[in-house]
Structures are given as C-alpha cells and as structure tokens.
Design a binder for this molecule. Structure first.
Ligand SMILES: Cc1ncc(COP(=O)(O)O)c(C=O)c1O
Length: 411
C-alpha cells in the first residue's frame, strides 16, 4: 500500500531535526511598544538607501545588457577584488581564487558544512555561540559540543586538555571548531592573540578545520585590532567567513569565504548556480571610491554612542548582583543575572515592562544559559536604549538572589 504524503521520504537528518527551532523563528520576540534590544539589526538611519539607489542607477547605466543577466558583468566580477583588498587590510594575503562569494555568512556556514561534514561528525562551538550556526550544524546531523568562553574568548586551554585526553584514550576529535573571535555573538568578547595561536597549533596537532566567522571585526570602537586567525595561519587550516550584512545592510545578504585556493574551488563547485549577480555588481559599485570605508567610520561612531549609552545605563540602573561584558566593538552585551534567574520565563514580563532581549539559553548547544541574556545595542536609538535598560532593571530588581558575575561586574 502506498503511504500518504512524502514525509516518510525525508532524509534521516531532516527527520531527526524536524522538531527543532527554525532559523528566524525567534523574530516573534518583538512588540511595537518595547525597546528592541533582542536582535542584531543595524539602526534604521545607518542603512544606505540613497547610496544604493545611486549605485543601482550607475550599474544599470554602465552595464545595461549584463547587470541583470546570468553571470552579471565586470562589476559583479570585480567584487572579488574588493574583498581581496579588505582581506589585505586585515593582514590576510590572498588571491581572488581563494575567495568564494555567498549569500551572506549564514549561507557560508552551510556551504562549509556541505563540504566538510558527514552526519555524526563533531563540531566544537563556543559556549555560548551564534544560535543561527547551532541550527545549521544540527541540520547537517553534526554532534555539537561546547567549550566555555571567558573575557579572553574561547577557553583554548580547556579545549587543548580535552583534545589531549581524547587522543590518549584513542577517542575521535572534532572535524570543525567554529569560533567568532572578534566581538563574539552573543558575549561581545574578543579572543586573545596567544589563544588564536594555540588554536591554530591544536588544529594541526589534532587535524581539524578552524571555522572563523568575523562579521563584526571592522566595527571596533576602542582598543587595537587582533590579527584574524586566517592571517596567523601558515598551514591553511582556517576557513574564514565574512559578510556585508553589518557594514552595508542585511538586505543585500552578501558574504564570502576566504580559504586556500583548492578548498575555495570546492565551495565554488558545490554552490554553483545561485549567484545574485545584480546584487554583487551593486555592492562593487557601492564600494568604489572609498565609500565603504567612510560608511564604516560613520557606523563605528553610531554604534560606539549606543554601546556607551548601554553600558552607562547598566551601571546606573542594574542591581549590584548583575554582571555584564564590556565589548570593544560589535553589537552585543552579555548579561549575567544571579543564580536562579530564568531569562526565558522572565521575557514576557520584560516585554510588558517595555524591553525585549534574547534569553541566554538560545545560544547553547545543551541545556545552559538560563540566567544569561543577550542585549543588542545596534538597533535602538541611544535614548531608547536607556529606557530599555531601565525597564529591564525594573523587571529583575525584585527577588533576585546574589552571586558573583563570571564575566565580571560592569564598570
Ligand atoms: C556570528 C554571526 N555569523 C553570521 C551572522 C549572519 O550573517 P548574515 O546576515 O550574513 O547571514 C551573524 C549575525 O546575524 C552573526 O552574528
């Protein structure tokens, strides 16, 4: 007898993950009356509407027959040169053949998984980490394990100990280690340079790929840049992902991968056929004449003001038993509430009080993170950020027991 429908023909991996959350589902956490501190959306005035209209007009005038055609024209092809220059600014010397263009960083993570992961392979992630990546690794049937993050980023010594213990007992190691070294999502912390070097040593000793995801690296508001893992890596162990979502706009959803040329060729092959060449030509045109660099400096000013307002407001309004990270860049502050706090259960109350955030549990592979929350200072206006923090402080002030903050008290 034939079965009704086609669900029984799904792959085992799809069947195993069917009940889990969908990327983007959490967007239901919003309320028109609440200050939006939940999502890493750029603030509305930062979106370059006018410049993109001019770039589109200029592109269509310059390449009327090719800009909208399959494959695009010279401008779409030129985007790889823009990216080689950007990589060089961060100390990465690569050719255009080492670049694979993607529809954003999220899709880039998926492409890397399609090239490297078999169901059952292990991926080590930071605990906590970007929830979108967790979903993708699960969709590929990976086993995801977390290693703690502290003020200096991923605890690479703990990873080293774990890997050494496994090697001793003949247990397999991970295929990929996924890290967001600069202004990490969700904690905002940056990995120390000596940890970066040790992670690359471990990759060689224990034979894994370092997957470096760096959407925020150019959004630094104070302190000095740390070298990207890809820049420190002489053994071609690192696959580096980046995106224009945070420096131009999420809606252009264009990102890229820098790898060695042989690996990039496989990314090109596996992804072939879906290139939005008009968008790529548009970005290449937009980036000409140093426009992107000027835009990034303006963004840094806008985000720095918002970060400062958030940290000052936390200091002014939060009870003394609440701690938070102090990021030097990026979009996020990570809050640690006292033991016993459940930030998922508290969210409806916070929304009623006038603020949204993301509960910490969203960012862990296992059952952790209940007393943490991620706050984004990227989206709301500075005065609204202060209102939001005041509303959050009101929500937590009653009945929370005291504890020491692992990420430290604020300033
Ligand atoms: C670490 C990290 N990777 C990837 C993304 C998504 O990038 P994209 O918008 O290019 O898909 C984000 C932000 O949303 C992020 O924080």
């Amino acid at each position: 007898m034939t079965q009704h429908g086609i669900e029984h023909l799904f792959t085992d991996t799809v069947r195993d993950t069917m009940g889990s959350g969908v990327y983007g589902d959490w967007r239901s956490i919003q309320n028109a009356d609440a200050v939006p501190l939940a999502f890493g959306f750029p603030y509305p005035e930062s979106l370059p509407n006018g410049e993109l209209v001019s770039a589109a007009e200029s592109l269509l005038a310059a390449e009327p027959d090719r800009a909208l055609q399959y494959g695009g024209g010279d401008r779409a092809a030129g985007l790889r040169d823009v990216i080689v220059d950007r990589a060089r600014d961060r100390g990465i010397d690569c050719s255009t053949d080492a670049i694979h263009l993607t529809n954003g960083a999220t899709r880039a993570i998926d492409t890397v998984c399609r090239v490297f992961l078999e169901p059952g392979d292990e991926v080590v992630v930071e605990a906590p980490t970007f929830m979108g990546a967790l979903g993708i690794f699960r969709n590929h049937g990976a086993t995801v394990t977390g290693v703690d993050v502290d003020e200096e980023g991923l605890d690479v010594d703990a990873l080293a100990e774990d890997l050494a213990a496994r090697a001793e007992r003949g247990a397999p190691g991970p295929k990929l280690v996924y890290t967001i070294p600069d202004f990490q999502n969700p904690t905002g912390v940056t990995m120390a340079t000596d940890r970066r070097e040790l992670l690359l040593d471990l990759a060689e000793t224990h034979d894994f790929v370092v997957l470096e995801d760096d959407p925020y690296g150019r959004l630094r508001y104070d302190g000095v840049d740390r070298p990207p893992l890809k820049a420190l890596d002489s053994a071609d162990r690192t696959v580096r992902i980046n995106t224009f979502s945070k420096t131009i706009a999420p809606g252009v959803r264009t990102g890229w991968i820098v790898a060695d040329e042989r690996t990039a060729a496989q990314f090109d092959r596996i992804d072939a056929g879906g290139e939005p060449s008009f968008t790529r030509g548009l970005i290449d045109t937009y980036c000409a004449d140093g426009r992107l660099d000027r835009a990034v400096s303006r963004l840094c000013e806008g985000y720095e003001e918002r970060r400062d307002r958030m940290l000052a407001s936390l200091d002014a309004y939060m009870p003394p038993d609440v701690g938070w990270s102090e990021p030097s860049g990026g979009f996020f502050v990570w809050i640690e509430f006292p033991d016993g706090t459940d930030t998922e259960a508290m969210l409806p109350e916070a929304i009623d009080a006038g603020v949204t955030y993301l509960p910490g549990s969203f960012f862990y592979a296992g059952d952790d993170g209940d007393r943490f929350a991620r706050l984004s200072f990227s989206h709301a206006a500075p005065a609204a950020i202060e209102d939001g923090i005041e509303a959050l402080a009101r929500t937590v002030s009653d009945g929370v027991p005291s504890t020491d903050g692992r990420l430290g008290r604020g300033r």
